[in-house]
Design a protein around this ligand. Structure first.
Ligand SMILES: [Zn+2]
Length: 316
């Protein structure tokens, strides 16, 4: 297969959410160092990271992670302070959270060639009016919204991977590592196919990976597989020049990225990992009384509590 596509790589959550399981031996610093090594190996420069900033408020020493990322030649964009979905807050509170992030990340955003903003969870909010009010605010502040047009649900691996490392479950470790890379490849192919069907031609996709322990270990391998598939890596600025990335698909309250919102509106399915394969990931390395989805739900509920929003979430 030759995809023959351009892809801009982006990283969200250089510092993960409060309460996110992290295996022993991994920290936000080892993860970003691992990502920087993988990018250097594949010639990627000026990669944009989108980091919410509440972890830096909680532990100011973590600012060194952001500084280190920029010192390696990469850039940072605003990703809100608390990482609350636009579905959970009104426009005013959401914009206040964008402003609050600037206290910690503002000087790094200023250093970047473009002031990019990425919505938490790439959420659109429930109404065009609310999204419009936020987009007006962002434009007034000089931000350009950078969407996601290819992802692979990589956060699903976080809790089982920590359990597998903790319990030394080598079979689960193999399954999780292999399925992580295969899901990255499969989802890129499926997003690229859906994009070509909808727009009549490929456009530069904006790919997302989170700053997890598995990303530290496997991003180099994933990028190598992408290259074998005919992927050319381009800067985010290049991808953002395409109207498919700059314009706005109709809003949905569902958990969908920018390309999936176009697909939803167009009645065009985007393939995803089979439910059984996803269940095998979530249930890998079982430990009595521990449930992956309960862990993820707890992370989101803590965000809602901190920001004073209304919890409204479905994984579907
Ligand atoms: Zn995020």
């Amino acid at each position: 297969m030759n995809l023959d596509i351009d892809v801009a790589v982006t990283v969200d959550e250089l510092i993960l959410w409060e309460g996110t399981p992290m295996p022993a031996g991994h920290t936000a610093r080892t993860v970003t160092d691992g990502l920087c090594r993988a990018f250097a190996e594949h010639g990627l420069q000026g990669v944009y990271g989108f980091a919410h900033t509440s972890p830096v408020e909680d532990d100011p020493a973590l600012e060194a992670v952001l500084e280190n990322w920029c010192a390696a030649g990469h850039h940072l964009g605003n990703h809100t302070h608390h990482h609350a979905s636009l579905n959970w807050l009104d426009a005013e509170a959401y914009c206040a959270d964008v402003r609050r992030a600037e206290r910690w990340i503002g000087r790094y955003v200023e250093q970047a060639p473009v002031r990019y903003f990425r919505h938490a969870m790439d959420s659109s909010g429930q109404t065009e009016a609310k999204r419009g009010a936020v987009e007006d605010f962002l434009r007034e502040q000089g931000y350009t919204t950078a969407p996601i047009t290819a992802w692979f649900g990589d956060f699903a691996w976080t809790a089982p991977y920590e359990r597998a490392v903790r319990t030394g479950d080598t079979e689960a470790l193999d399954l999780l590592r292999t399925s992580f890379v295969e899901a990255a490849v499969g989802h890129l192919v499926w997003h690229a196919e859906a994009g070509k069907r909808m727009f009549g031609a490929a456009f530069p996709y904006i790919w997302l990976i989170h700053g997890t322990a598995l990303a530290e270990e496997l991003t180099g391998e994933i990028l190598a597989r992408f290259r074998e598939l005919g992927v050319r890596f381009v800067p985010l600025e290049t991808a953002m020049a395409h109207p498919a990335n700059r314009s706005f698909a109709p809003v949905t309250r569902l958990f969908r990225n920018h390309l999936q919102r176009y697909a939803l509106a167009a009645g065009e399915p985007v393939r995803s990992v089979e439910p059984e394969a996803l269940a095998a990931v979530l249930d890998a390395a079982p430990v009595a009384g521990e449930d992956s989805l309960a862990v993820y739900d707890g992370i989101l509920r803590r965000v809602v509590e901190r920001v004073g929003g209304t919890y409204d979430w479905s994984w579907a």
